[in-house]
Ligand binder design. Structure first.
Ligand SMILES: [Zn+2]
Length: 97
């Protein structure tokens, strides 16, 4: 891994660099090998909470490759549900295009 500023992570879909709080965190738990969201110890991958990165992570299996594990459908269902609440018109002003 290249060195990143403190607290910064890179999206596994678009490679955007941002503070980790801006991303969804997906973890392959070290204890069980199960895939978890937000919390847990293990190998982590970060994904922008956007439709574009969700789709890339899913269709191109970027997330599965980043975690070296199959991503269960339940994880995608949970993330897809978040998309609808995360994307809010008031947040999209000043698009960073
Ligand atoms: Zn992204």
């Amino acid at each position: 891994m290249s060195r990143l500023p403190q607290g910064y992570r890179r999206c596994i879909a678009c490679r955007r660099l941002a503070h980790r709080q801006e991303f969804w965190r997906v973890i392959r738990l070290a204890s069980t090998g199960a895939i978890a969201l937000d919390q847990g110890e293990g190998r982590s991958a970060y994904l922008c909470p956007t439709v574009a990165c969700f789709n890339q992570g899913r269709r191109k299996n970027r997330l599965g490759r980043a975690l070296r594990s199959a991503i269960p459908d339940s994880v995608w269902v949970a993330l897809e549900a978040r998309l609808s609440v995360t994307i809010c018109p008031s947040l999209s002003e000043g698009s960073d295009g």
